[in-house]
Design a protein around this ligand. Structure first.
Ligand SMILES: O=C1C[C@@](O)(C(=O)O)C[C@@H](O)[C@@H]1O
Length: 261
């Protein structure tokens, strides 16, 4: 894995970067959360725009992005619209999802953009995205704009076999992502080991940085152990969690420091 430096923050080396999600519904909730985060340890904020009431209005979305930048000038901004199929609140057609993300990319107001690997593809043909994904034009626009794309895949029900986890991460790299991300739900402790093992192998064989997590209480170790298994970023909360198993950001920062070798 080659580290990636974005506005002075090096992802993929040393202590994993800490990302705090913001899930407010309205401008005041979002700004209140951003204000709280100013006093907390973090590197990245993730704006989960699928929670935002006015996400269909491009000028409202740009306004929030500008305000986040103003309140948190030293934080990297990750824009995420998480669809319901992947565990979020978002309910847009694939066409509208692509248009929203294209608008954010063209605005240049986010440092990182999360795009779901299987957008607009047939779930029965999961290997298809490489040749026909509607994300390919966005990935090339992102390269022109200097915005980093996190290609992501989530499974809130189970942990697929280790080989499948690895092949998904390498598919993301083949499509040209900046960072490859997987979040899966463990049913057993062995599932957590499968995720950690896939993470280690991917971090040794791929050149892009990766982000992985095993969700829920069983997987909590994966959120603290990124430095050892090769995950470059971990999500911690300040208030409302955006996924099961996330730890409080301040406590997580302490654990990451304590474990740092
Ligand atoms: O994809 C992810 C990871 C996540 O699901 C987690 O488990 O921490 C949290 C989400 O906000 C983020 O978009």
């Amino acid at each position: 894995m080659k580290p990636l430096t974005i506005r002075g923050k090096k992802l993929g080396e040393g202590i994993p970067k800490l990302c705090i999600p913001i899930t407010g519904r309205d401008e005041p909730d979002i700004l209140e959360a951003a204000g709280r985060i100013t006093g907390l340890p973090h590197d990245v904020i993730e704006w989960r725009a699928d929670h935002f009431r006015n996400v269909a209005k491009p000028e409202e979305v740009r306004k929030i992005l500008a305000q986040l930048r103003q309140v948190l000038p030293g934080s990297l901004i990750l824009f995420t619209f998480r669809t319901m199929q992947e565990g979020g609140k978002g309910d847009l057609s694939a066409e509208d999802y692509l248009a929203l993300n294209e608008m954010v990319l063209r605005s240049g107001m986010a440092d990182l953009l999360d795009l779901e690997l299987y957008t607009g593809t047939d779930p029965a043909m999961p290997e298809d995205p490489l040749s026909s994904s509607p994300l390919l034009p966005l990935l090339s626009l992102a390269r022109q704009k200097g915005t980093y794309v996190i290609l992501s895949s989530h499974d809130f029900e189970k942990t697929p076999p280790e080989a499948e986890l690895l092949s998904r991460l390498s598919l993301m790299e083949s499509m040209g992502c900046g960072i490859a991300k997987l979040a899966v739900m463990p049913r057993t402790k062995k599932d957590v080991l499968a995720l950690l093992s896939a993470t280690l192998r991917a971090s040794e064989s791929l050149s892009c940085p990766i982000i992985t997590m095993s969700m829920g209480p069983l997987g909590v170790i994966s959120r603290a152990a990124g430095e050892f298994f090769g995950s470059c970023l971990t999500f911690g909360t300040a208030g409302q969690a955006s996924a099961p198993g996330q730890l409080d950001a301040e406590k997580l920062a302490g654990i990451l420091r304590l474990l740092h070798t």
